[in-house]
Design a protein around this ligand. Structure first.
Ligand SMILES: Nc1ncnc2c1ncn2[C@@H]1O[C@H](COP(=O)(O)OP(=O)(O)OP(=O)(O)O)[C@@H](O)[C@H]1O
Ligand SMILES: [Mg+2]
Length: 373
């Protein structure tokens, strides 16, 4: 059971803190993405788990075995951590064929010839690259090279695989294709994947859990849909989802008796009714409401009057920007609909998935329902 546990892990480069007090448990057979903007500490975190970077403080355990501990003075070398790597530039040996590239690590481990042959054949099949087995890397497309690199990484049967933006060199179409391949591969290999990306969609679609970081600090560690629906703070809410969440800044007033909180924003009164827990705020508190574009619905009748700012049909869906009072909001409707600029429509807020944030700290105060009153 190669569970990976990070306890109070820090990495400082002189006075600069790249990773701060990180606590993380990566479940056996999980597919965990490390997500966040450039420079937030993703690669550094991955390299520390792999043993390529020494933490400044903390403890890392893989499969119940301490591989790093600042206190106990333990630092197990990467080779002894039973892990595989796949980096952005997958560096295949140019003078070796596909077969030879995959076999290389096994020969180094002094596997028997027939065992190597069987393993290479198996991997050529899994990655669907049998037909290229005798070719050299420069005779392959980027996506094919990528699959060879994955096969080579998988060859030794490491139970934990580290990947640092492995798809970033590929074009958009191939990247989408490779996402499904990676997901299948994860299910077929029964390995634990730790995957670095700054692409929120990649993290959303691939992972069982995503670890979102900002400036070295963990913001939220949860399954992608939970990150999407119940973001820990404004930063997370804004980072995940496209088009981005609508943020409405206003001041709050308690309605008392569990009736909710009225947020005054740009001449509108918006009533936020908490979904479960009772929420108490100070009257006049600065708040931010967050609502995802798909929860603003166009109504045939009833609803609140709004004015079209612009509609952007793209085929399968249409992104619509509307003026509601003094607010400019984005909504998404399914299918291609072209609303003329400045035409009137009616809208409503749907569902219990509006988020109330504290405007100063950015923290999520609760989920609830939103109505215009
Ligand atoms: N060897 C080093 N010496 C000094 N600072 C470093 C070193 N390695 C990384 N850093 C700094 O630590 C921070 C985190 O770097 P890291 O490579 O982990 O970021 P990242 O999240 O992977 O970003 P990207 O998406 O751009 O790859 C950055 O600000 C970087 O400049
Ligand atoms: Mg990086």
């Amino acid at each position: 059971m190669p569970e990976i546990v990070l306890k109070n892990v820090w990495k400082r480069f002189d006075k600069f803190t790249a990773v701060a007090d990180l606590n993380l448990t990566i479940a056996d057979r999980g597919f965990v993405t490390l997500l966040g903007p450039s420079g937030c500490g993703k690669t550094t975190t991955l390299r520390m788990i792999a043993g390529l970077e020494t933490p400044t403080e903390g403890e890392i355990t893989i499969d119940g075995k301490v591989v790093y501990s600042s206190e106990k003075g333990i630092d197990v070398s990467p080779a002894k951590r039973d892990v595989g790597f796949l980096f952005q530039n997958y560096a295949l040996w140019p003078h070796m064929t596909v077969e030879q590239n995959i076999a290389f690590g096994l020969e180094n481990l002094k596997w028997a010839k027939d065992k190597i042959k069987a393993r290479v054949t198996e991997l050529l099949g899994t990655l669907k690259i049998e037909e290229f087995s005798k070719r050299y890397p420069n005779e392959l497309s980027g996506g094919q090279q990528q699959r060879v690199a994955i096969a080579r990484t998988l060859a030794t049967g490491a139970r934990v695989l580290f990947m640092d933006e492995p798809l970033s060199n590929l074009d958009a179409k191939l990247r989408t294709e490779m996402r499904s391949e990676l997901k299948r591969l994860h299910s077929e290999t029964n390995s634990t994947f730790v995957y670095v990306t700054h692409d929120q969609l990649e993290a959303m679609t691939l992972s069982t859990r995503t670890c979102l970081m900002k400036e070295g600090y963990l913001q939220q560690y949860a399954p992608p849909l939970e990150v999407y629906n119940n973001p820990a703070n404004v930063f997370v809410a804004d980072f995940v989802g496209s088009p981005t969440m609508n943020f409405i800044e206003g001041t709050g007033q308690n309605e008392g008796n569990g009736k909710g909180i009225t947020v005054k924003a740009q001449g509108l009164n918006l009533l936020f009714t908490p979904a479960s827990e009772k929420l108490d705020i100070k009257d006049g508190a600065p708040l931010t409401l967050g609502i995802r574009p798909e929860y603003i619905r166009v109504e045939a009748a009833g609803g609140v009057k709004a004015k079209i700012y612009a509609a952007l049909p793209s085929g399968m869906e249409t992104i619509v920007k509307i003026h509601l009072g003094g607010l400019l909001l984005t909504l998404v409707v399914f299918g291609a609909v072209d609303y003329p600029v400045d035409s009137e429509i009616s809208v409503n807020f749907a569902g219990d998935n509006c988020v109330l944030f504290d405007r100063e700290s950015g923290a999520n105060l609760g989920l609830g329902k939103l109505t215009v009153v």
